[in-house]
Ligand binder design. Sequence first.
Ligand code: ZN
Length: 245
Amino acid sequence: MLKTFVGCAAVNFRLGRPAGFQPEAIVIHIGEGSLRSIDMQFNDPNARVSAHYCVSKSGDIRQYVDEKDTAFHAGTIDQPNWSGLKPGKTPGTFINPNFYTIGIEHEGFADDPWPDAQLATSAALVGEIAQRWKIPLDEVHVIRHHQIRFMKSCPGNVIKIADILGRIPSAAPAVTPAITSVKTINNLRVRAGSPSLGAPVVRTIPAQTMVAVDAVFLGDTVNGNNKWYSDGAGNFFWAGGTNQP
Ligand SMILES: [Zn+2]
């Protein structure tokens, strides 16, 4: 599945998740804006909000936060109506749902119909995430933001969770990357955090080494090629340095 890694402002997410937490549910949002405005909001250090992904109306996927990190998308709890919400130590309180959820924004507004490309891509992304983290595909584990924060109608008045669940590709190959390993052709730098020449180099893989690939991203263009692979651990390397450019 092709994703464009955009990233977000450092204060708008938390590196990692608190000890003992991993994604257990997926929260569906509507961005109340254009893709560009959502990109800008998540990169505005005053916003203090983020999501892991946004799916555009045309079906493009943009990623802002690694799934292993904590996005700030559903931390405000107000009259919750979600059976998956984890209680806190004090009666009547809850653990911050951001610690154990993945947030997917969608371009558009609450009353917009979702174009087919947006619905199909969102469903495929939900299916892929669910497979990765072994999240059951039901309405307890794929939820509306509204179920955590009653005052927000998010993700709006049109889309139903059943619409998304009903469009998830059933076959495993649909959620498995076509390329699962590549061979390096040069000594290849592995960069942490984003598919970018500005990201820090964490190690160098020698030429002629087989490397497992988790996903394909669009990142910095090098010699006309903007394809990068990720290793599933938050690291990226340029596809042009491999036998699958
Ligand atoms: Zn929302």
